[in-house]
Write a protein that binds this ligand. Structure first.
Ligand code: UDP
Ligand code: MG
Length: 210
């Protein structure tokens, strides 16, 4: 009984690359006291441990190809981050689960330990997403070809972006459709500006009792 009461609450945040997940999660964390855990950021942090991480090279290769890292790695990082946020009970999990492997691995390891509340889906046209990612990648004056000083992300270049979008359409959309079929998706129109999108987000969280 008491373990049910104490279970952490999780909101999955999904949407295409550049849809605004990270930006909106920061605002949600501010307004509603959720702890923001970005799967991509956790993977980048693990990668940047360099030779100290046995997974660094594998993560880098996956990110560069717009591929999805095996769930054992991502889920471990997420679970560790949740455990180390002691006392925190509300988590935004940003950019995960993004394929069937992610979803299956999460369900095996975590679904009984947390209460998934809903999936916040940032719905955004592909062209808008591409434009935002390239702007992010070019910020700070680096070229789009490789390392991107602006976002600090080596995957915000056109070649990798195309692969990320393909992965999103082929692997992540079916997961969103699955949650939609289960009545668990709250869809946000992510095309307007940051404040207009957040107005919808805020309404959604308030309506869900947060
Ligand atoms: N990634 C992954 N598993 C995850 C989250 C991210 O493998 O659960 C990798 C994947 O290669 C992806 C990259 O990290 O293309 C960047 O993900 P992030 O969510 O940071 O990018 P966004 O979608 O927010 O632009
Ligand atoms: Mg992100």
């Amino acid at each position: 009984m008491s373990s049910f009461v104490n279970k952490a609450k999780v909101v999955f945040v999904l949407g295409g690359p550049g849809a605004g997940k990270g930006t909106q999660c920061a605002k949600i964390a501010d307004r509603f006291r959720f702890t923001h855990l970005s799967a991509g950021e956790l993977l980048r942090a693990e990668r940047s441990r360099g030779p100290y991480s046995q997974y660094g090279t594998m993560i880098e290769q996956h990110m560069r190809e717009g591929k999805i890292v095996p769930v054992e790695v991502t889920c471990s990082l997420l679970e560790r981050a949740m455990k180390s946020s002691s006392g925190q009970r509300l988590f935004l999990i940003d950019g995960f689960p993004r394929n069937q492997d992610n979803l299956d691995g999460w369900n095996r390891r975590m679904s009984a330990k947390v209460d998934m509340q809903f999936v916040l889906f940032f719905d955004c046209h592909e062209d808008v997403c591409v434009h935002r990612c390239l702007k992010r990648g070019h910020n700070g004056g680096s070229g789009g070809g490789g390392g991107c000083i602006g976002s600090g992300r080596s995957d915000d270049n056109l070649a990798t972006l195309r692969k990320r979008i393909q992965t999103y359409n082929e692997n992540s959309m079916p997961i969103i459709k699955y949650f939609e079929g289960a009545g668990q998706v709250k869809k946000i129109d992510a095309a307007p500006n940051v404040e207009q999108v957040f107005t919808q987000v805020e309404r959604t969280f308030l309506a869900s009792g947060f």
